[in-house]
Design a protein around this ligand. Sequence first.
Ligand SMILES: Cc1ncc(COP(=O)(O)O)c(C=O)c1O
Length: 398
Amino acid sequence: MNKQEMIQLSEEHLLHVYNRFPVVLSHGEGVYLYDTDGRKYLDFGSGIGVMAFGYGNKEYEDALVEQIHKITHTSNLYYHEPMLEAAKKICDVSGMDKVFFTNSGAEAIEGALKTAKKYAYTMRGADSYEVIAMGHSFHGRTVGALSVTGTEHYREPFYPLMDGVKFADFNDLSSVEAVLTDQTCAIIMETIQGEGGIYPAEEAFLHAIRKLCDERKILLILDEIQCGMGRSGEMFAFQKYGVKPDILTTAKALGAGVPVGAFLVTEEVAKHSLVPGDHGTTYGGNPLVTAAVSKTIDLMKEQKILEHVQELTPFLEETLEEIVQRYPFVTSHRGMGFMQGLVLTVPVGEVVRKCLENGLVVLSAGADVLRLLPPLVMDRDGILEMKEKLCNVLDTYL
Ligand SMILES: Cc1ncc(COP(=O)(O)O)c(C=O)c1O
């Protein structure tokens, strides 16, 4: 089948909820992707923040193959070694006490919301069900996750959504206080907003939110589905701030390429929230995906991924600053670690498409941000190549 036939067949059978680029990817190697025409792309998207080690990491692949030969799935009715190992490792690196594995980020959010509601129900009664979420946030496409996603355009066709959600402005404490009531059970926010446009939480804001939650006995849910697992230069971005959530969500790079997410809670939350019968999943945390989680965490340590991201972040940021200085329509850059955004006044969707045509995979975020989420193994040469390819595209706007 040629490329055009593959695209046509896909469009015939796939529900049209994505406007896909006319590229059929076939495989990856290191930090490069290849399409069926043999074209090569430098990857600064990592499958939306998933492929932490790039493509073809032998140790990671061997671990998955080994697990496939043993057992890929059981159910959550039994114990198995990959899950217990992954659970111990993710609790260790996050500082949280207990974990529930899910199949996606959105499901991790669902679990986090249910846990917060059950905690408040147990501690304060059925009235405490309100959740405060942030404008421009993104937490996923399922009904609960959509209910706390701060973009009206995503929510509007699906009303009525979950009851009791109030929105505040990210990094604006007074807007949070304005919607706080005795019924508030949780505040949910991304530590670094991703889809909304790469906005890191301000230090003072996150500390003030933590204090507010402590004073009012409200749970703080930090969504690190995009910014967690090493992307910020720490295993989790909240560790940079010295603030700990009561509930943490993670996914994307958690399994570095297999569909797995998780929500994690403190002992205190675990003690007073979900009990057998309250929550479950058939696939969640099966032997295959938890073998991937376990290996991901091992490799992050062995290959010193956090140190690598920390070491190269200044170079990446300097490179982005040079781009800002060179083009009047690139107004600023912001981000943390290997999660960076360039603010453009030219159409960002068009720039993303032109980059792809020039052999560079980048993403957009919000209305005007070019988003860079390279594999965490991206090196200096890769950053220089990104700059060259991106500048080739940006030059066309001068
Ligand atoms: C911060 C954040 N939360 C939740 C989600 C939803 O994750 P998933 O697409 O795996 O359901 C995403 C996905 O982009 C995200 O960036």
